[in-house]
Each structure stands twice: as structure tokens, then as C-alpha cells.
Design a protein around this ligand. Structure first.
Ligand SMILES: Cc1cc2nc3c(=O)[nH]c(=O)nc-3n(C[C@H](O)[C@H](O)[C@H](O)COP(=O)(O)O)c2cc1C
Length: 199
């Protein structure tokens, strides 16, 4: 039986930023269990925001043929999806939001056209993922907006969200590397994502 595919979305524009480092640590664990893992940095992908043209309402497919479409095609083939996105201005960072808005095509497909997001029954049952975030402050509710949007993203794609892992008070680039509890938690979450990963 072929191994599983994981797609990781590095949504922060900061190279080697905290959320990307956590995503990479998750990828390392998954690869050790022979899960093919692809990481995409949204800032390197050429894509447009949703234009609200309503083209997808009729077809279930976005009319804009760009990097976001290629990435959604990979996501539809994946059993595991990990989104890593920081809090910017009390919400999810702009690259993540722009990409999530392009998932409106799956909302249209499900709720307007009564179609399955993925036809393959095996994929439909097993799709799962986690969300990872960091914020510089420890303000009450700092992750509220971000997690809400992320939950909606997974729901639009019919992917079971196994957990949202959010770390406040992490600001400088790479500061997360000295946050042992976060690294351990992401390690455990990654192990749980794939039955092939050895503990
Ligand atoms: C444009 C911008 C806006 C930010 N807004 C917030 C904010 O509203 N609240 C907060 O706690 N941290 C905020 N931060 C801090 C980031 O959440 C923090 O640095 C985080 O570790 C970044 O993760 P990254 O390294 O993966 O990009 C902001 C950072 C930037 C660059």
C-alpha cells in the first residue's frame, strides 16, 4: 500500500519563523514514518485573492488558474494537512487569509452544488490535520480570530481538525526553539497524525 501524503502550509512570510519551525519539526516526524511530506511557503507562491466573481458558484471550481489552484490540488490528494500561521493584527496572517478565501470554491461545491469535496472514499474518511500558531503577546483571546478562521478552512475542505496548537509570548524569529513544551507537544501531535510513525 502506498504511503500517505502530508501537505504543510507555511503561511508566515518570515523565513525560518516560529510557526514554520514547528511545521518543519512536524514534517521531520512524519517523514520518519515514511509519510511523504511537502511543505509550501505561501509567500513564494504566486496567487491572487478571491475576486468574489461567483464563478465557483456554478462549477465548484475557482476561475483563477494560479499557484493557489495547484496547491489546492495537492491538498485534495493529501491525507494529512498541517497549516502553520501566526497571529498578525489579532487575526490570521494575510497570506493564510488570502489562501483560505480561495477555498470558497469548496464551500460552493458542498453547500450550493451538493458535491463531495473529494470523491475518493478512502480519502474522504481519513483526511485529518492540525493547526499551529504563535503570537508575540499573551493577551486574552489572542488566538480567537485566528483559530476560528483556521477551523473554517478545515471544515470547508472536509478535513478533521485533530488539534489547534497555539503558543503565546513567542515573538523573535526562532524563539520557539527554546520552548521545549511546544516542541514536545508538536512532536506528540505529529505522531498521533500517522499510525506509521514510531514513537
Ligand atoms: C505584522 C505583524 C502583526 C503582528 N500582530 C500581532 C498581534 O496582533 N498580536 C500578537 O500577539 N502578536 C502579533 N505579532 C507577533 C507575531 O505573532 C509573532 O512574532 C509570531 O512569533 C510570528 O510567527 P512567525 O515567526 O511564524 O511569523 C505580529 C507580527 C507582525 C509581523
Amino acid at each position: 500500500m502506498p504511503g500517505e501524503l502530508c501537505v504543510g502550509l507555511a503561511c508566515s512570510p518570515r523565513r525560518d519563523g516560529n510557526t514554520t519551525l514547528l511545521l518543519e519539526s512536524a514534517a521531520e516526524i512524519l517523514r520518519s514514518g515514511s509519510v511523504e511530506t511537502e511543505i509550501y511557503r505561501l509567500a513564494d507562491i504566486d496567487f491572487s485573492p478571491c475576486m468574489a466573481c461567483e464563478g465557483c458558484s456554478a462549477t465548484g471550481r475557482c476561475v483563477i488558474d494560479d499557484g493557489a489552484m495547484h496547491l489546492y490540488d495537492r491538498i485534495l490528494k493529501a491525507e494529512i494537512v498541517i497549516m502553520a500561521a501566526p497571529v498578525f493584527s489579532m487575526g490570521i496572517c494575510a497570506h493564510a487569509k488570502m489562501f483560505i478565501d480561495r477555498a470558497q470554491q469548496f464551500w460552493a461545491s458542498k453547500y450550493l452544488l451538493n458535491r463531495q469535496v473529494v470523491e475518493d472514499g478512502h480519502l474522504r474518511r481519513s483526511r485529518r490535520g492540525i493547526f499551529i500558531s504563535c503570537a508575540g503577546t499573551r493577551i486574552d483571546g489572542v488566538f480567537e480570530g485566528t483559530v476560528r478562521v483556521a477551523r473554517y478552512f478545515f471544515k470547508m475542505l472536509d478535513i478533521r481538525l485533530a488539534g489547534a496548537y497555539c503558543y503565546p509570548g513567542v515573538d523573535g524569529r526562532g524563539d520557539i526553539l527554546s520552548h521545549k513544551a511546544a516542541l514536545d507537544e508538536i512532536r506528540d501531535a505529529s505522531i498521533k497524525l500517522s499510525p506509521d510513525v514510531k514513537k
